[in-house]
Design a protein around this ligand. Structure first.
Ligand SMILES: [Zn+2]
Length: 142
């Protein structure tokens, strides 16, 4: 199965926007999942512009709450997410992005963001750093 590299029509994006239930801040949470392995990669937020761009371009774009701007995944790290399937949950308030993740999804250099496991002895990091943040961003991560 190969990942699609081009997006859907603007009309498809408009119809998706009409189906989604945005919160008071105009955002919807989006979970990214590797399309072929089922691995859950990360969660981030999308506003209407991010939804439209993701669907029409076929490249995942989020809304960065900290930067207050569109966040084209991989634009600084090169770790892009190609959209395979854009799913909307039963009540329209959560997005599931089936993607083809290039490299690592997490800014810490791990494949996914969910590398901390709750154990009796306390939270434990259970997944390795695969790419150093310095290599991803050319500087130490904050
Ligand atoms: Zn992360």
């Amino acid at each position: 199965m190969t990942a699609k590299s081009s997006g859907l029509s603007p009309a498809a994006a408009t119809a998706a926007l009409a189906t989604l239930a945005f919160d008071a801040d105009g955002l919807v949470p989006a979970i990214a999942q590797q399309h072929d392995t089922g691995e859950v990669l990360m969660m981030a937020w999308m506003n209407r512009d991010a939804v439209r761009e993701t669907i029409t371009s076929g490249r995942v774009c989020y809304w960065s709450r900290s930067r207050g701007s569109l966040w084209r995944k991989g634009e600084s790290s090169g770790q892009v997410q190609t959209l395979v399937d854009f799913r909307i949950d039963c009540d329209g308030d959560t997005i599931l992005l089936k993607v083809d993740q290039q490299g690592v999804a997490c800014h810490t250099g791990r494949r996914n963001c969910f590398f901390t496991s709750v154990r009796d002895a306390g939270p434990e990091v259970v997944d390795p750093v695969l790419v150093s943040p310095e290599q991803l961003y050319g500087k130490p991560s904050q």
